[in-house]
Ligand binder design. Sequence first.
Ligand code: NAD
Ligand code: ZN
Length: 380
Amino acid sequence: MSNTAGLVIPCKAAVSWEAGKPLVIQQVEVAPPQAMEVRVKIKYTSLCHTDLYFWEAKGQTPIFPRIFGHEAAGIVESVGKGVSDLQVGDHVLPVFTGECGDCAHCRSEESNMCDLLRINTDRAVMLSDGKSRFSINGNPINHFLGTSTFSEYTVVHSGCLVKVDPLAPLDKICILSCGISTGLGATLNVAKPKKGSSVAIFGLGAVGLAAAEGARIAGASRIIGIDLNPNRFEEAKKFGVTEFVNPREHDIPVQQVIAEMTNGGVDRSVECTGNINAMVSAFECVHDGWGVAVLVGVPNKDAVFMTKPINLLNERTLRGTFFGNYKPRTDLPSVVNMYMNKKLELDKFITHRLPFSEINKAFEYMVKGEGLRCIISMED
Ligand code: NAD
Ligand code: ZN
């Protein structure tokens, strides 16, 4: 038992009060975990583009005040009633989509869309009682993705926590709790390129480059990176991307550029931008007969996907995935092992580090498209 178990913990959190405005680091009170919940001391967190969309709240439901953050690593501080598989001191990765272990999805080999704990961007409270565990002067502060990792302590449903090897460095593997596993899994588990095939990656941020890493591991011979930001291309060379296309440099649609480069289309494509036009291009650039396109980017809530049905009749496949189809609790420990066994490099995704007090800078880097992942240390 930790000496804070059962007590409210006052600690620092970065609270977002208004869309697009800097977060405010201030004291919040974190209530003890209820049934099936766990309170976690966050050690490191990073910023994923999904945090940014909901903070900007342009194409998403605005919910404020809110504590964002979902890519992180921490240590269990205390557990609520009924939690038997996690204990004080365990090293954990919180994941925005959970695994109850019991529902039809958790029992299916094909799905990671747990009925109980699947991603829900608009829920801002805990499942058990519909209440928040964060408050300031008695006023509740909203949760985000069931994780809210921009806080020194947070409360998470135990089904959204993955116990990991205590020897794995938390300041590196925190990026496996969302972006890197998502991109890697989108390629390895969903697109499944064959050895020697061609793969197009739309969006060369951390998620897209993790998808490129998946293509490299699968033995793809051509990896074509597409981005509007030319600064991305230099960085992407370290990830095995072999060719680059900037849609802005062409006066024909990018899907046509790719079809011309590849004698009719790529074998697989993975979209990691969140932009609806890129999603359509990613689908239309795959080869007829066998091409598979996988959507990963989080779209504006009102975006509509439009393509001619003939593109599907011509035997192209369109798929989408959350968290790269990994079941977080079952599969993530093996992704951590890939890193520990040097089959997966994480260092090259980490381009910036900041103390928690400077978290707003991490938002600025991402808005400007500078670098890949920024690790925020809660203790500096
Ligand atoms: P990022 O901002 O680091 O990278 C996105 C890249 O896409 C940028 O380099 C940007 O220049 C590029 N881009 C934007 N619009 C484009 C367009 N029309 N054509 C080509 N390139 C374009 O973001 P990230 O953190 O790597 O996240 C990528 C996407 O994945 C986001 O939409 C994020 O919300 C989503 N995401 C989804 C899941 C999931 O489970 N499905 C998980 C994590 C992140
Ligand atoms: Zn994310």
